[in-house]
Design a protein around this ligand. Sequence first.
Ligand code: SF4
Length: 295
Amino acid sequence: MRIRVSLATAALLGLKNCNLKVKPTTLYFLLSGECKGNCLYCEQKKGRLARVKWPEFDFEDILEKIKNIETKRICILSIYNEGSAERIAEIAKKIPNKAISTCVNAIGKKEMEMLKKAGVERIGIGLDCCSKRVFNKWKKNVPSWEEYMKALKDAKEVFGKVSCHLIVGLGESDKEVIDLMKKLKKDGIKISLFAFSMGLETKVELERYRAIQIARYAIEEGIGKFYFEGEKLKEIKVPIIEKDAFMTAGCPNCNRPFYNERVSKIYNYPYELSEEEFIKAVKEAEKYARICITN
Ligand code: SF4
């Protein structure tokens, strides 16, 4: 079986030579083959997923390296095509004793049960869009919004541990993203935020992304209050902000270094921020919305 390996993961496995500014704490793999979906923000057909290149290898040739490397997590990203869940299960069975996540589209409950049985520990659902309105604009030739909602519910029942991938910058309003994050929190689903990028450029304003990162953090911690003017976020009241707010969120130990951004302008920090970086990140958010730290 052929499999795509993120360039940084390939470097860690000794399959490629490249200089890693930050090491991935999860190893990332992507099913090879054609994705039948036609999500307008996705550049997989051009050989890239987000900003990342995914060289292809023979899975059996690299299996021993995967088994022997110490890593905190392995993530297998799916494509929208028949038999994808079966292929993920096949891969998972061959790498026992590792924490395995998979990121899938809206698959059925039976497929989820099969993945769990094969050893997948957590599941991420690639909803990506923050409202049905945005979903219908961007996500083509994939299951419907309602099917994704059902998949999130099924995933919670089957796995318990679920993340939902959301991309900021696809034309959603602040209220849409915050309302959806609140619903996910209520349903016990973790939020994995991505910044929209095309080509090598990140397309969402950093200041807005910072405010939404604080909102994500506050919602997950159950501590924030949000005030809007129309659909636009005006103020966040929060008793505390921690560095986590600006770090890559999702499954434990998933840091996706520079997945959506250049090293020189970080959106999701793949490491714990320095004090200086933290203060700068809060100030960036304050340029977009009032951040009120209060009890
Ligand atoms: S949060 Fe990270 S490890 Fe989890 S499914 Fe998404 S990309 Fe994979």
